[in-house]
Design a protein around this ligand. Structure first.
Ligand code: NI
Length: 478
């Protein structure tokens, strides 16, 4: 992949290269002392460095897909309260997946991650994990490893920095003065800049972890001719030598790494970021409750299966069973307004529609502490008059389980499994014991296919839900 080094034939010969003494100096940067402390010998330091760490608010994601005929694996970590970081990860991942799909003339679609098996030999492995969390900074290392059809392996990595206060995200290269780049790369690769050829042929300097003590951990791909291709080496440049290499932004971030920790604000589980253009999602929704007998049983199953769902409650049932309504909200599920008395809204006057909505909002607010921002008209019955009167987005469904009609899991579970597609909202009812009886099987099967089960706000994340508009499933990515 990198032909940039072999112009220096002497250096490319053989694996057992002794680290150059680095007696050379670049005009702006002096890198003498640390060269002997941390010779760029392969592999020894890399294992201990840039290791994924746990950060407050971090939650793991993973994906197995077949894209352009090749198995792909991805794993990454979102961080609550850092939308800039999370959306950067999304566009980075989608860019890689789109590029992988391009030879087949397609764009990546989440359906490619359904029933993809669990291939141990992914042709493309992608990861993005936090490697540094200190002060108000979270640094994430993004890595791509690809095995070509001829068996050659290439690897590339980059580090990005997110500020937990401002939310800003920067690439590692922005932390360094442009003129310091050559000197740092020379030290990281062990090849003096004087014999490395034109600057344009240097590898990118994208994977740099700045520690709170000011050290720089620089990761570069092993140069051609120096052992196993497709591996990376990490070199630490001690803080005494790095200060002169940092840009103004680099100094600012070093300062922030040393600041008192400021974890970003937590997000309610029902609203936690997930990108349903990337991951195949489905939103299970349960209407007509809460019911003090059946709803808690459903909550137990959802908890066991680690699923967030959406409950469209009637005001009358939220009034009758406020503790159950509260239990739903406290378990992190989304709650929607399903009117007070479950009428056909199309048969009511605008004032009567408003009353149904307002009384239900009040009942749910009394029980759970907040009023719903979404609603579902009973029977899915809505017309222009209803749409303008309800004052909320109308969430209908893409898949009707007809659970209330069959009252039989052997009927409605296969129906949903047959009709499900990524982005769909599924209608069920948490007041029927037979519905609850089918949930274990339904959820197990959906998850085995690769579906991530999310709330209605999550499945529409990135699509503004507008008052008076009707939604049934997530629109395809533009
Ligand atoms: Ni209903």
């Amino acid at each position: 992949m990198l032909g940039w080094l072999c112009a220096a034939a002497l250096v490319c010969a053989g694996d057992g290269i002794v680290s150059p003494a680095l007696s050379w100096q670049r005009p702006q940067v002096t890198l003498t002392a640390s060269a002997t402390q941390t010779p760029p010998l392969p592999g020894i330091l890399s294992a201990a460095m840039s290791r994924a760490i746990t950060v407050p608010g971090g939650y793991p994601m993973s994906l197995t897909a077949v894209v352009g005929g090749r198995p792909v694996k991805a794993s990454w970590t979102y961080v609550d309260g850092l939308p800039g970081l999370n959306s950067q990860l999304d566009s980075w991942l989608l860019g890689i997946l789109d590029a992988a799909a391009a030879p087949s003339g397609a764009r990546y679609r989440p359906a490619m991650a359904l029933n993809a098996g669990n291939s141990q030999n992914a042709a493309l492995s992608v990861s993005a994990e936090p490697v540094q969390a200190s002060g108000t900074v979270v640094a994430v290392r993004q890595k791509v490893s690809e095995t070509g059809s001829d068996g050659t392996r290439t690897v590339s990595s980059a580090t990005i920095y997110a500020d937990t206060v401002s939310g800003e995200v920067h690439r590692a290269a922005e932390l360094l003065r442009p003129e310091a780049r050559e000197g740092i790369l020379a030290q990281a690769t062990g090849v003096p800049a004087s014999i490395s050829g034109p600057l344009a042929q240097w590898p990118t300097l994208d994977d740099v972890v700045l520690t709170s003590s000011g050290d720089l951990q620089v990761t570069t791909e092993r140069p051609a001719g120096r052992g196993q291709p497709g591996t990376e080496d990490t070199t630490t440049i001690a803080s005494a030598d790095t200060l002169a290499t940092l840009s103004e932004l680099g100094h600012k971030i070093l300062h922030q790494l040393q600041a008192p920790a400021a974890p970003p604000p937590a997000t309610a589980p029902a609203l936690r970021h997930i990108n349903c253009d990337l991951v195949p999602c489905a939103a299970l929704s349960y209407d007509d409750g809460p019911d003090p007998k059946t709803t808690p049983r459903l909550l137990a199953i959802l908890k066991e299966k680690n699923v967030q769902a959406t409950f469209f409650m009637t005001g009358s049932n939220a009034t009758a069973a406020p503790a159950t309504a509260r239990q739903v909200a406290e378990a992190g599920h989304a709650v929607g307004n399903h009117t007070f008395s479950h009428p056909y809204l199309t048969k009511l006057t605008p004032a009567a529609i408003r009353s149904e909505i307002d009384r239900t909002d009040a009942a749910i607010r009394t029980a759970t502490g907040s009023a719903p921002s979404i609603m579902r008209p009973p029977y899915g019955a809505a017309d222009a008059a209803v749409q303008s009167a309800v004052g909320k987005p109308l969430i209908i469904w893409a898949i009707d389980s007809l659970d209330w009609q069959s009252k039989n899991p052997a009927v409605f579970v296969p129906k949903v499994l047959k009709e499900i597609t990524p982005g769909a909202v599924v209608l069920m009812h948490d007041i029927d014991a037979t519905t609850i009886a089918g949930q274990q099987e339904l959820i197990t099967n959906l998850q085995a296919q690769g579906y991530r089960l999310v709330t209605v706000p999550q499945i529409f994340d990135g699509t503004p839900l507008l008052s008076g508009h009707v939604y049934r499933s997530r629109p395809e990515r533009k």
